[in-house]
Design a protein around this ligand. Structure first.
Ligand SMILES: Nc1ncnc2c1ncn2[C@@H]1O[C@H](COP(=O)(O)OP(=O)(O)O)[C@@H](O)[C@H]1O
Ligand SMILES: [Mg+2]
Length: 239
């Protein structure tokens, strides 16, 4: 049995101010084993991105627990969470989030440098080469295609060798073919490095490539393929 890398207990969060507050996460329980790929689907506004932000330690819960790799993020202060995230969690966004006035190489190397990782430019060059961008190291984001920009973002996310890779609609801004190439890259990196991959997507085909699918609706988990499987197994055992 693989070890549990994510353990979310009764996770509850309301966002916004009094005039416009939204109960976004309504007591979510979720356990994910290390090395799994998990596709998260659900209607727009159902809380998928917020769930990922909580798992990345970028949003703090109002109540409940979040344990990543046995570290209780809910019990850490902001600096401790940021330090943990930098070492253990890679994040990829729909809109790439690259720094416009830095080259591809700098976008990957500078966060490593800020985290005092030795040889940041060497690591950045290696990561960019491994995502197929050896010929684009000195290009600025504005000089790269959408697919290339997402490759830079993936290289940046992978550079600290995180155990957990979180991607929020990583193919959402890309055409179908480019989106498929980016998805192929994410899955091949996940397998190659034995990472856990959490992927929010509108694309059911992409979610179905994951070893587990979760459907979120209105701040709750409405359907979880792992729960369905374990229920089917226990029903078979009873029958
Ligand atoms: N900072 C915020 N303040 C108030 N409401 C928010 C905030 N962020 C998200 N929401 C609301 O929370 C709900 C869930 O948002 P989100 O997690 O982005 O959904 P999804 O990614 O599934 O589309 C939405 O109704 C959204 O309007
Ligand atoms: Mg979203």
């Amino acid at each position: 049995m693989a070890k549990t890398i994510i353990d979310l207990k009764r996770a509850d969060l309301t966002l916004g101010n009094a005039a416009a507050s939204v109960h976004v996460l309504k007591g979510i329980d979720l356990e994910i084993s290390a090395g799994q790929s998990v596709g998260i689907v659900g209607p727009s506004g159902s809380g998928k991105s917020t769930l990922l932000m909580v798992l990345a330690g970028l949003e703090k819960l109002d109540s409940g627990e979040i344990n990543i790799d046995d570290t209780p993020l809910h019990a850490l202060n902001e600096d401790q969470v940021a330090d943990f995230r930098g070492r253990n969690i890679g994040i990829v966004f729909q809109s790439f989030h690259l720094i416009a006035n830095m080259t591809a190489l700098e976008n990957v190397a500078v966060p490593l440098e800020l985290a005092n990782v030795p040889n940041p430019f060497e690591i950045a060059r290696r990561e960019l080469t491994s995502v197929g961008l050896a010929e684009r190291l000195n290009h600025y984001p504005g000089q790269l295609s959408g697919g290339e920009q997402q490759r830079v973002a993936i290289a940046r996310a992978l550079a600290p060798s995180p155990a957990l890779l979180i991607a929020d609609e990583p193919t959402g801004n890309l055409d179908t073919d480019t989106g498929r190439q980016i998805a192929d890259l994410l899955f091949s990196k996940q397998v190659e490095r034995g990472m856990t991959l959490l992927l929010v997507t509108h694309d059911v085909g992409l979610a179905n490539r994951c070893s587990r699918q979760i459907r979120v609706r209105s701040g709750r988990i409405e359907d979880d393929s792992a729960v369905r499987q374990s229920e089917a197994t226990s029903e078979a055992a009873i029958a």
